[in-house]
Design a protein around this ligand. Sequence first.
Ligand code: ZN
Length: 318
Amino acid sequence: MKRWSSLAALAAVFAFAASAQTVKVTPLGSIDGEFCPQDRALIFEDPNGTRILYDPGRSVAGATDPRLGKIDIILVSHMHGDHVGNAHNKAPNAGTCENPDISVSALPNSSAVNIALAKKAKIVSGSEMPPFFAAKLKANGGNPADSVVARFGGSVTLGGVRIATVTALHSNGLDPDYIGGDLGKAMKEAGIAGDVGLATGFVVRFSNGLVAYLSGDTGIVADQERAVRDYYHAKLAVMNMGDGLSTGPAEAAYVINELVKPASVIPSHANEVGTVNGKVRPGSKTEAFIKAVQVPAHVPLSGKTMEFDASGKCTAGC
Ligand SMILES: [Zn+2]
């Protein structure tokens, strides 16, 4: 009896120690201290040191961006250029928030592939995207096995972090610019894209127990309730709310309030100047979303690290 209770006490101590640890979230946007139209990229640092880059997009200034540091895993939600990175910032802070200097092409590889090659990182994607990434890595002297599949319903554990893909109701055509040659040219002229399967969102379980939902570009789907909330119990959500191409502020707020019900949310993919001098711009979609959600919304200001505990509560930097 005594032995069992001391074991239980020990387990409780370990559980407490794990939950007291935080996941650090650092946005790599276009301009330091702001939330800008092109901003998608976030770095998640697990308490165990594993560093994950989510959707590098165009605001990460390529593989040599000094803000990247060590990168172990790259998550790509889908193949659109503003997520996988068809072009990128000349340097961090190049240009303005509204018009960043994204004049550097990342074609035909993508920023995700270039960063994976430079950092010897793994790319985790779902659907039928992994063979594309494997082929690109191989064609550039990398290891095709560094492209890792996490298809709907399953998960992979890398660096102590468990990664699953979930439904995103969106499109996922591969721009022929990534294909090139006569085939790419013919497809471009016909106005059709390559088929790499469905777009995805992610659910990531960190070693401190925090479960985060990364929506990717999506509409409203029942899986946000049945899978993301009921099964995975996500406590932190990164929610795309730019409207037109994915849920807008009202739809995204419905997803948060009624379906996912996390403890905190980080708005993403606003496709507007979301902040001026680090403050939410009056009349912005970002402001409308923050007002509509019933949980704390933490604006991803570029370079500003936020910390989240296992319960999804921001404990520092918000
Ligand atoms: Zn998209």
